[in-house]
Each structure stands twice: as structure tokens, then as C-alpha cells.
Design a protein around this ligand. Sequence first.
Ligand SMILES: C[S@@+](CC[C@H](N)C(=O)[O-])C[C@H]1O[C@@H](n2cnc3c(N)ncnc32)[C@H](O)[C@@H]1O
Length: 377
Amino acid sequence: MEGFGLDATAWRNAVGARVPVYDRLLAAAVGIFEHPQDGLERAARDRVEAAWRERRSAASYDRPLLLLAALRAEALRAGPRHPLFAAIGSAAIDPEAATRPALAAALADAPARLFVDLATRRVQTNETSRAVAWLWPAALAGCADTDRPLALFDVGCSAGLNLSADRLPAPWTDLAGNALPVAAAARIVTRLGFDAHPLDVGRDDDVVWLRACVWPGETSRLERLDRAIAVFQLASSAPNPPRLQIAEASDVAARIERSSGEHPAATLLLAYQTVVRDYLPDDVKSRYLAGMTAWVAAEAAAGPRRVWIELEAASDVLADPGPLPMALTAHLADRATGTRALPLARCSYHPDRLAPDVAAVADFAAETAWKQKRAKI
Ligand SMILES: C[S@@+](CC[C@H](N)C(=O)[O-])C[C@H]1O[C@@H](n2cnc3c(N)ncnc32)[C@H](O)[C@@H]1O
């Protein structure tokens, strides 16, 4: 519990105005944890402290968001009888219902499962608007209108929902409103996801957790999530279903390398990660980045084309977040330098409109085109 007040205040200052109900709940939580007023508040504090006793948090937003997600998960499971249901569980949320007494009751009287969530879960989303990271580059590489095989590797895949996003609506346009091409009908031969803590949408409690990690009031995100879960479940019983593996990011390049050899030369091997890099501890991050760079550079002259795409916060984001703080970057093998990076576009955290870099996009399309001669087909 040490430092929770500082973390909660930092989060409220940075983001609180966007989610008033969470802002109010965190203010109440700091009050209860730092100065419990009665037996109920002391019980609430003690139970949270017991759940977090063995946990270590790296990022400052970890504990505030985990507490809020666990409360929302419980409100979704319990329904209208939950003390905070009107505040964070119902479709039409009421921030005024997020009171200190309601929070104290929601924690002190909660079933054990809320504290299991607090002790074991991670705040984890799966945002399918980020599937543009592969659907668009795969189209640029010719997988939309040919039967070129496509092998997908999603690193930090969460529940793997982006691996079946070819069956979801494609909302992406450039800034002028022109639809970006997507490889919605691609011949996908492999859909492999890796995550240190993958979620299984075949399990009700994982579905509740994914829904709980969407902030109250974000109805369109929730609808997108529900649809993506339904589509993933259908894809799971279709040919070439998505498969998820438990894996530390730093081990992923070696696993992709092992599965790269089984594909014919025409295949496009497309590995991607969306909003994962900055969650990795420094040592894991540097081994992951080095491993993926080496995987791209190890492309064989007559073998399948290897592409690694990152959708991550742009390097200038701290200086000026602006409306398009994310960068979509493609890495390709380069004879002279080992690999080269092409900045395909800028976009938002939940992309719908993208600002493509026209020259980089043209380069990428030319470089990744299915060259039959090169592939010796
Ligand atoms: C913000 S979520 C993004 C999920 C998904 N890529 C998306 O865009 O919806 C970050 C994901 O990275 C995973 N992750 C965090 N650290 C990891 C690690 N060291 N190795 C593998 N996956 C990790 C988390 O479990 C989580 O699913």
C-alpha cells in the first residue's frame, strides 16, 4: 500500500478529467487507505493490503488501475446489488454514485474473488482497432488480392483478438477520409500469438476481466470488444485457428524463427506488436528488440519475406503527444545495414484515422511485393 496515494494522485492529475467516475473513486480510495474512519473502512483497507502483500508494482499507474478494474469486474459479476453498480457497472454510468461509503462497502463486503483478482490479475486490454498494424501492411504487400500465404505472429497478444481481426469491420482511413486497403480476405496460414499472461476468451472470468479493463462509459470500445470475442470464438473452430502460447517477449524471436522454416518462400512472415514495448522491463525490452531485429536480418535471399511491425508510442511523444502520438513502423531486412525501419504512419492509441508517410508506404509496398522470381515459385 506504500505510495498508493502518490500513484493515485499522479493518475488523477494526468487522466482523471477524462474519467470522472474513476477520479472520484481514487480520491475516496486514498482517503480510506490513508485515514480509515471506521470499522468498515479499516476492513476495506486491510483486505486490499492483504491481497497486495506479495505484489510488486513497477509502473505508477499499475495499482490505481488494477484496483479500479477489479472493482468494475466485481460490479459486472454481481449486478445491480453491488454498491458501485450504478457508478461503474451499469450501461449508463452515474459518477455521483461513486461515494466513499459505497467504495468502503464494495471492498469490505466483497467476495474472495475480488481479492484474487487484486492479487493475481494484470490490467490488460485487447484493442482490435490496432489490427491495422497487420491488416494494412499485409494488403500493401499483396496479400489482399493474391493468394500469397500470410503467417501472423502477434507478440503481447493479450487474448489474441487481433489474430482474427480480418473478420471484423475495417474502420481505418487516412486523414482525408480515404479507406486504407486491408488484407481482409488474405490466405492466412498461421495465426500465432505470444503473451506472458494470455487471456482465454473461452473462460467467462477472462471475458469479464477484459470487459472490466474497458473504462466505464466507453460503450463503443465495449461493443468492439464483444464483437471481437464472438469472432475469435468462431475463428477458433475454423481452419488455421488462432493459437496462443505463454511466452516472455524476450523468447519470442527464437520461437518465431523455429516456425519460420516451415513456410514456403512465397509466404509473408509478418510479426507485430501493438502497445507492448513500453510495458517490458528494460532488460527484457532490449533482448526482445535485439531478437526481433536479428530475426528480420536473418531473412534468407530465397526464403519467405520477413516483416516486423511495431505500433507503439512515437519517440517524440513526451515532447508533444499531439493527436497522433503512436507510430506504425515496419522493419525489413536490408543488405547493407542488416535492417531498415520504415515509418509507415502516425495514429492515435485506438486508431481509426491514420496519417500515412507516403514515401515510406511506397517503399514498403515495393520492397515486400510478391516477387515470384525472387521467391522461386
Ligand atoms: C497493453 S496490452 C496490449 C495488448 C494487445 N497487443 C493490444 O494492442 O490490444 C500489453 C500486453 O503485453 C503483455 N506483456 C506485458 N509484458 C510482457 C512480457 N514481458 N512478455 C510478453 N508479453 C507481455 C501483457 O500481458 C498484455 O497482454
